[in-house]
Design a protein around this ligand. Sequence first.
Ligand code: SAM
Ligand code: SF4
Length: 333
Amino acid sequence: MATPSPTLVDRFGRRITYLRVSITDRCDFRCLYCMNDDTAFLPRAQILTLEEILAVCQAFVELGVGKIRITGGEPLVRKGALDLLADLGRLRGLRELVLTTNGSQLAKHASALKAAGVRRLNVSLDTLRAERFRRITRVGDLGQVLRGIEAALAQGFDKIKLNTVVLKHCNHDEVGDLVEYAVERGMDISFIEEMPLGLVTGHDRAADYYSSDEVRRDLACRFELLPTPESTGGPSRYYRVVGTATRVGFISPHSHNFCGSCNRVRLTAEGRLLLCLGNEHSMDLKRVLRAHPGDGERLKQAIEAAMALKPERHHFDLQAHPVIFRHMNVTGG
Ligand code: SAM
Ligand code: SF4
């Protein structure tokens, strides 16, 4: 009789098949919904080494996880990120290796990413206007990101998806132009409702909330959107832009809770395995890694034990003070 393949299942019967890994909390941007302009970063000794990250990813793949997303902070600012991606690309059993980036380093690294085995890219892009881009990211250069996107398109990744956090009074009037930009380049685009992760001082989250339903209503004036049952195994609900190759996704943690079908867990840059984006339940894998170096079995036991900690759902509330004190760059979006 064939041995059944290993699986990670939580208390609510959800199969965990997807790991998101923040390889650094550092970033070359300071997006106002993600962090503050004086955000302090973790000392180097506190974050996992690239070897430790690889060991955790390998353990997850041996436990049946087929998809890994590398994120941050900005993953491409970490020295050695491309070597790590190449090592991950060689893991047997890993079906999908994907990356989320702010695009600032893409012009330089697009071809190396493709060669490393990265199949799909998510690039964050909140606006097509240089001044706004500077205001949202505080320091970023839009031209550099747009050149990065063109370089990535030239490499022929399986798919490139844009991620846009929509804020009222800031970029909500640009959702149509962003869809147009995606359509012209055969890319997908997801619109994200801001999540209350960490205290941010640069803007008022409740006042700037713009729901996915409002975005969809605005887009309907300009595009024909057809709901599709297609899923990438994520929280996005997708619509096809009729007559184009583009899908528009909506990630709506406030207006449409997506916890019931959650298939993912997250590894923070400091080696905490987070069982839910909106809760603090976690397992300290760095402790396991450093107490038992090279012991893959111990690591797998710890990961299996962590499944019992995965909560049923998140409870985000924009009006209340954040109950989650980690910023998104720490969590890994
Ligand atoms: N630096 C990379 C980037 O920006 O794509 C990867 C990390 S970033 C934390 C991942 C995603 O999280 C980005 O698309 C970003 O827009 C999103 N994000 C950051 N803070 C958020 C928040 N408070 N609510 C919703 N999305 C957020
Ligand atoms: Fe950096 Fe990404 Fe956070 Fe912006 S959203 S500050 S690019 S980690």
